[in-house]
Design a protein. Structure first.
Length: 416
């Protein structure tokens, strides 16, 4: 009951007023407030791995009204990180850590699962082919090459830890080496855009002041049976057979290459040959070696064929004293040299490059004449041929030359 004080002259008036007030409550208005919906996460922030200097973003999605956000790194609130997405414009190593976000409104709050951010210093640049150690002589040339993946790459070569002026490409070449060029080289690769970089292996250039090859080029011939040496030189009037080991080596190589239709087609030279092309002449002390139609590259050969290439090179080089041979073979058969070595052949009269007949042996056919094969490397040059007219009396003869492209500038003819 509501008490109402009214100034009234009679008891009846007071009672009437009390009854009326009890039966007729005062006219009042009531306001009701609806509670806010508590936040619910619909998408959690995801862990991420990124490189130094790149942008990193973490995002959360939630339902609810009047939401607010606060991001944390390793349970410490991040100043200013108060939206659904938190972005690091350029990540540093110290940005690695565990990140969470708290989403709140007046009805409560919810915290996300941790998202782990990992910032790596690993460059996106990957070196796929490292430079390799090499050797040369004073005045000779030497090159180092690197192959790397990535875009807008920048190269800087170093010698003994110091940058080399204008050495800014994937290949660094010394055209005329000095003794002082001997030492350790490497290349540092960076990207014009983006972070990180990569350094190559450190490799050595060896510069020999004096070439160990004093009698190159070596030109030799194995002649038909009617040419002999006196018994004072060879027992029992043995026949002159200077090239048998070399013949056997190129025979195995030529047979292996021609047995495969693919390698046979690539290695086959256009035209035919009647003699070696880089013979010794007083007018040809610095011959011009071919730059086209060189045959098949060593790296395109099978492992078996590659072994025959090396065996053929060794058949010539091992005629030198052991220390000289080892010096040259280390260069001729280095990975970088073999990668730039070619083998080529031209068929003889019978349509194949046939070196099957041993030197000075009788043969029922002379159709192997004009059979030709060569090995052409950065430094080594070997030719072997059955020259037309050097097979007489049904006896097979051969002719060959081995040149060292760096050392063989003054021809010393050993045999004619």
């Amino acid at each position: 009951m509501t008490s109402l004080f009214i100034r009234c002259a009679t008891v009846f008036c007071l009672l009437t007023c009390l009854v009326a007030c009890e039966e007729a409550p005062l006219n009042t208005t009531t306001t009701t407030t609806t509670p806010a919906n508590a936040p619910t996460l619909t998408s959690q922030p995801a862990s991420i791995t990124a490189s130094l200097g790149t942008a990193v973003s973490l995002t959360v999605a939630a339902t609810g009204t009047n939401l607010t956000y606060q991001w944390f790194k390793d349970n410490v609130a991040i100043s200013g990180a108060t939206s659904a997405t938190y972005t690091i414009a350029s990540a540093a190593a110290t940005d690695s850590g565990s990140y969470t976000v708290q989403v709140s409104n007046s009805s409560g709050s919810v915290t996300s699962a941790p998202a782990v951010v990992t910032i790596t210093s690993t460059s996106m640049i990957q070196i796929t082919t490292q430079p390799v150690a090499t050797s040369t002589t004073v005045g000779g040339s030497a090159s180092f090459t690197v192959v790397a993946t990535g875009s807008n790459l920048i190269y800087q070569w170093y010698f003994e830890g110091a940058p080399i002026s204008r050495a800014n490409s994937a290949t660094y070449t010394i055209n005329s080496a000095k003794a002082s060029d001997e030492g350790i080289y490497y290349v540092s690769i960076t990207a014009a855009t983006g972070p990180g970089g990569a350094d190559s292996d450190k490799v050595k250039l060896t510069v020999s002041t004096v070439s160990p090859v004093q009698a190159a080029p070596m030109a030799v011939g194995g002649y038909p049976l009617n040419q002999v040496i006196s018994s004072a030189a060879l027992d029992n009037n043995s026949q002159l057979a200077l090239l048998e080991s070399q013949r056997a080596a190129v025979h195995r190589l030529a047979t292996a290459i021609q047995a495969n239709s693919t390698t046979a087609a690539i290695a086959k030279l256009s035209g035919s040959f009647t003699d070696i092309t880089m013979g010794i002449s007083s007018n040809d002390k610095r011959p011009t070696y071919p730059t086209a139609d060189r045959g098949i590259q060593y790296t395109a050969l099978s492992a078996n064929q590659q072994a025959y290439v090396k065996a053929a090179i060794e058949a010539w080089v091992n005629t030198l004293p052991k220390d000289q041979a080892n010096y040259l073979l280390a260069d001729y058969e280095s990975d970088s040299a073999l990668a730039s070595t070619y083998v080529a052949y031209a068929p003889g009269l019978d349509g194949t490059a046939d070196f099957s007949t041993p030197v000075n042996s009788f043969t029922s056919t002379l159709n192997g004449q004009r059979s030709y094969i060569r090995i052409d490397g950065p430094r080594v040059w070997i030719e072997f041929i059955v020259p037309q007219g050097d097979a007489t009396n049904s006896s097979m003869g051969y002719r060959s030359i081995w040149r060292d492209k760096m050392a063989a500038n003054d021809g010393t003819k050993q045999f004619d």
